[in-house]
Design a binder for this molecule. Sequence first.
Ligand SMILES: [Ca+2]
Ligand SMILES: [Ca+2]
Length: 300
Amino acid sequence: MPSTVWATWAGSSRACLMSSIRAHSNTGVIRKALMISTRRSSIATTREFAPDDSFAGVGVYGLERAKMLRGNPTARAVSVLVGPGTGAPDYLTGDGWLPADLDGNRRPPAGSPNYLVGTQDDEGPYGAPSDAINLFKFFVSWGPSPSATLTGPTQLPVAESDSDYPCVPPGSRNCIPQPGTSQRIDILSYRQRPTWRLAYRNLGTHESLVTSQSVEARPGIASMRWYELRRPGDQPLVYQQGTYAPADGVNRWMAASPRTRRATWPSATACPTAPTCSRASATPAGCATMWPTRCPRARA
Ligand SMILES: [Ca+2]
Ligand SMILES: [Ca+2]
């Protein structure tokens, strides 16, 4: 009878002597290698805090995936911490970064780094001077003395959006109203937080990264803001972007963005009790027209 072997690893964060890893970590793990340069790594990002509860920074971790898949207990990890102690402005780290997560079977070009993105918002609490996507490159070397290097950001200006949603009370996580109850749901838009995932796909003619975040596109209405980046390795650009916010009183938030091989993608938006709203495959670039929504309505 077939059996499955599960292996677990436990380790300390780079700032382990002064911090602990909290929730909202994001992991870019795929069937095949994610750390492109070596094809032997996976990557995770975290938000880390000092014992006095102050923000220590965003941790970026490269994990020795090839060994982990074999259950090898000697799998290693390398990391970089970016935060106030490293001189990074608060708006650069925001509420965390997303690591790229591979879609499809075509590998990234040989020698490519892994990519990470964060977003910044001039309506956010961290003093960002403009709305933008920040793109980083992460390199890992698994020699006898493994090392990790983070470069960037390349700052890519984007169209104006507002991640500051009117939660009740302000500053709380009681945000999206639900049918039949006064209990509200966390929008996870505040403090500049792109929501999982950052989908990478090598389409042969170009590389593409797709991600999204929740915003307040209409007064008191949560909406999906999405982006497609191309040419991340040499001349990164925001190829297309958009906000899906029809005037129907429906809240849409916490989208996720897989990437299909037809160079289009559906974007799923969480609703209180049902699954997804999806972007049509034939939708023109930059357009936010969607398939008819199957989401139940959660009106403000
Ligand atoms: Ca803004
Ligand atoms: Ca607002």
